[in-house]
Design a protein around this ligand. Structure first.
Ligand code: AMP
Length: 311
């Protein structure tokens, strides 16, 4: 007689493993999702470029809480890379990613090839206008055109009820919000807060490209942004003074190069001179040859931090 002796051997009971069907074809994914749609299941989409980490996991977990069916797309979109070597070196950990998706109970992993997504060079792409005039835009020509184009395609392919984006990529999320509004895309967007290492470094797929000493120095960006947040909360309203204070937190280390540190309106991503409401302080730091971005949402002091109680 076969007996389950795992309890005797104290072997761990395997976790509940969900399916996470890997689909490469747009037509097949549409077919699968049509079944969910027919039954009125809420469909969630989490677009990613893979090399999944705990930041991606928090988007997936949130989608899982809100939706009956979750699709994670894994696609390193060539259209959004302005440098061929950056595209070539972008981390790829597909098998681990599928395992992570299984563990998190994802229903579909949509992993198309570049040819499936772009059978020919697209003629129509999304012009994001002035939303790309600052922050990463001028440093990565064509990047946000590529991002907006692939996000619109993914939204058309999956037609989710909800789509999940990280606040870590603040400019990207602002552009996606604008894209959805401008093109009347029937989807609810959900922003998820940035997941950080205990020392403040924002999780990023690119962190795995850092050497141990670069990893140590990489927290400089978070420290600079935190200094800006502190100054803004303390009531400093001159953006130039805040920027100078924040930049001063980047150590004179030859492996660090601050690409930009800007203070912008969180909705239209335009620079602000005088801080009178919530702002987004965002920066890009080159650590060796790895480019990291981060941002903090900062709220100015109201000037009423201490209000004595009437006697
Ligand atoms: P990526 O694979 O880098 O394109 O990121 C896919 C999604 O995950 C984007 O919406 C990112 O903003 C989000 N994301 C990346 N890193 C983090 C993080 N540390 N915390 C929360 N969301 C993140």
């Amino acid at each position: 007689m076969l007996v389950d002796i795992r309890w005797k051997q104290r072997l761990p009971v395997p976790p509940l493993v969900m399916n996470a069907e890997v689909v490469g074809s747009i037509a097949v994914l549409r077919e699968r999702l049509a079944e969910d749609r027919r039954t009125g299941t809420i469909i969630g989409l989490v677009p990613t470029m893979g090399a999944l980490h705990a930041g991606h996991a928090s988007l997936i977990e949130r989608a899982h809480r809100d939706c009956g069916s979750v699709t994670v797309s894994i696609f390193v979109n060539p259209l959004q890379f302005d440098r061929a070597d950056d595209l070539r070196h972008y981390p790829r950990t597909f098998d681990d990613d599928v395992e992570t998706c299984r563990r998190l109970g994802v229903d579909f992993v949509f992993a198309p090839t570049a040819t499936e997504m772009y059978p020919s060079q697209p003629s129509c792409t999304v012009d994001v206008g002035r939303m790309a005039d600052h922050l990463c835009g001028p440093h990565r020509p064509g990047h946000f055109r590529g991002v907006a184009t692939v996000v619109l395609k993914l939204l058309q392919i999956v037609q989710p009820n909800r789509a999940y984006f990280g606040e870590k990529d603040a400019q990207q999320f602002a552009i996606v919000r604008r894209l959805v509004a401008d093109f009347n895309v029937p989807v609810q967007l959900v922003g998820v807060s940035t997941v950080r290492e205990p020392d403040g470094l924002a999780l990023s797929s690119r962190n795995r490209l850092l050497s141990p000493s670069e990893r140590q120095s990489a927290t400089a960006l978070f420290h600079a942004l935190s200094e800006a947040k502190r100054m803004i909360a303390a009531g400093i309203t001159d953006a130039e003074i805040v920027r100078a204070g924040a930049r001063g937190k980047i150590p004179a280390d030859p492996s660090l190069r601050l690409e930009y540190l800007e203070i912008v309106d969180p909705d239209d991503m335009q620079p602000i001179d005088r801080i009178a409401g919530p702002v987004c302080v965002a920066g890009a730091l080159l650590v060796g040859s790895t480019r990291l971005i981060d941002n903090l949402y900062c709220v100015p002091s109201t000037g009423h931090a201490f209000r004595p109680q009437p006697l």
